[in-house]
Design a protein around this ligand. Structure first.
Ligand SMILES: [Ca+2]
Ligand SMILES: [Ca+2]
Length: 490
């Protein structure tokens, strides 16, 4: 592109700024931490930036990388340690260029080149680069009143940058924007996707942080397949502070073939392993140094966190403790119930003792009345039982009456049978007197002497009755046998 061809492009860019919103490509993106830096804790305590090397007057800080201070004729740069191998990429950079003068110098450059341009004359980096540079030019070298300006310049390693003319014919794309002394950090999104390089900017004044307006776009652009990312800046007769707040790199893919297997190469794995071992040794060394410097400090507790088995054991012990507590409560309640039962038993015993020693007069308390009623009910049962006994005796008597008749029909035994009948009648009368007496009397249980006590047990009474019946039957049998023997002699 000739200089004459560049001028209309530049004027068009200046007069017709691109206000349209720039949308990122609809591609999968993956953050590449090895090609990025961002605060806070941007740099390590020793000043290094992980995965980055810095050169010249660059000073990494915790919040930003100061590429050059606002001092004359300074230059500095920072470059990735490793070259990127992804085909498509996107860089989001946030920076501040600030100075007290009405105009500043020289500017800041973002690079993607085959080799690292550590130091040089092109915004602090080396000339004759192979790749692409995006320049944020603050000083108007060619006095066209078009600075600050954003320029895109490609190079195949053979082109010497036309610095006096601000790139002139070498510029592939440009837009005029003020990025110096802005109230907010100036942000730019540089996307290389399917051989198209797009520059979009965000001044920080829009309502949305994601609003980027298009600066320029270069199609059919070829960049090295392997390249280093870098940022550089320089001052001249005028000087500004050039601070980079963040540099975020993403790899882009529409099919995600690059990360299909998600594996890393063996060389990278070995390197990570070495880095890990190195940092582990450093940590142990720092711990030992700390212990030497602070002997009063306690060593770190190794078993600060419990294991799974310890946690399970704790749960089992806790459950057993709960069971023991419940058993204790249950035992206390059982003791209370036992004491209550014992107290009731003692009270009942005392009541029974009072009932046996106190004469029932019918006008006592309710407890005494209840006891009397229970005694009367028991006596009714006894009377019923005696009636049954009497019925049985009646049957025995009837049977005894039938025995002589079956044995013979003589008139001799009739007298003896009459004796037996009389004897039984005596027994019946005595029983009736025993039974009828309490029934018709309604007298209290176990009255005073000489009345026959009614507290004779039924068992003793039945035994006595059984013995009497057996004796009677034996006597009848003896008499029957004796009468039969007498019949033989007559
Ligand atoms: Ca310039
Ligand atoms: Ca200019």
């Amino acid at each position: 592109m000739s200089l004459l061809g560049f001028i209309p492009l530049l004027l068009a860019s200046a007069l017709l700024p691109c206000l349209s919103q720039s949308e990122p490509p609809t591609a999968h993106r993956r953050f590449e931490y090895k090609f990025s830096f961002k605060g806070p804790h941007l740099s390590l305590p020793n000043g290094d930036v992980p995965f980055w090397d810095y050169y010249g007057d660059a000073i990494p800080g915790t919040e930003e990388v100061r590429l050059v201070p606002s001092l004359r004729s300074k230059s500095g740069s920072i470059w990735t340690k490793y070259n990127a191998s992804f085909e498509h990429w996107e860089v989001q950079i946030s920076f501040r260029i600030t100075g007290r003068g009405r105009s500043g110098a020289d500017g800041l450059a973002v690079w993607y080149t085959r080799q690292r341009g550590e130091t040089g004359s092109v915004y602090g980096a080396s000339d004759l680069w192979d790749g692409v540079g995006i320049f944020f030019d603050t000083f108007d070298n060619d006095d066209r009143k078009n600075n600050p300006i954003i320029l895109v310049v490609g190079n195949n390693g053979k082109l010497v940058y036309d610095h006096p003319n601000d790139g002139a014919s070498q510029v592939l794309g440009a837009c005029v924007r003020n990025f110096r002394n802005t109230p907010h950090p100036f942000r730019a999104r540089i996307t290389y996707y399917k051989k198209t390089l797009s520059i979009a900017i965000n001044t920080g004044l829009s309502s949305s942080d994601e609003f980027y307006e298009t600066c320029t776009e270069i199609k059919d652009m070829v960049v090295p397949s392997l390249g280093f990312f870098g940022v550089s800046a320089a001052t001249g007769a005028l000087a500004d502070d050039h601070d980079v707040l963040s540099f975020l790199t993403f790899s882009l893919s529409d099919t995600w073939k690059e990360a299909a297997d998600g594996q890393i190469s063996k060389s990278e794995m070995d390197k990570f392993q070495k880095d890990f071992e190195h940092f582990e040794k450093e940590l142990e060394k720092q711990k030992e140094d700390f212990q030497k410097q602070h002997p009063e400090e306690r060593p770190p507790v190794e078993d600060l966190f419990e294991s799974d088995s310890q946690r399970e054991l704790e749960m089992v012990l806790d459950g057993q403790n709960r069971v023991l507590r419940e058993l204790g409560h249950l035992s206390e309640r059982l003791m209370m119930v036992s004491e209550e039962q014992k107290r009731h038993w003692d009270l009942l015993q005392r009541n029974l003792a009072n009932e046996t020693t106190t004469t029932v007069t019918g006008g006592q308390g309710q407890a005494a009345g209840a006891a009397l009623e229970a005694a009367l009910n028991g006596r009714s049962d006894l009377l019923q039982m005696l009636e049954e006994v009497r019925a049985n005796i009646g049957k025995i008597t009837a049977k005894a009456k039938e025995m002589p008749q079956s044995a013979g029909s003589s008139a001799g035994p009739q007298s003896s049978i009459s004796d037996i009948k009389e004897h039984f009648d005596v027994v019946k009368r005595s029983l009736q007197s025993l039974v009828k007496n309490p029934v018709h009397g309604h007298r209290p249980l176990c009255p005073a002497a000489p009345v026959v006590p009614s507290c004779v047990s039924s068992g003793i009474f039945l035994l006595f009755l059984l013995m009497q019946t057996i004796c009677t039957i034996c006597y009848l049998a003896y008499r029957t046998k004796k009468d039969a023997s007498l019949k033989k002699f007559f």
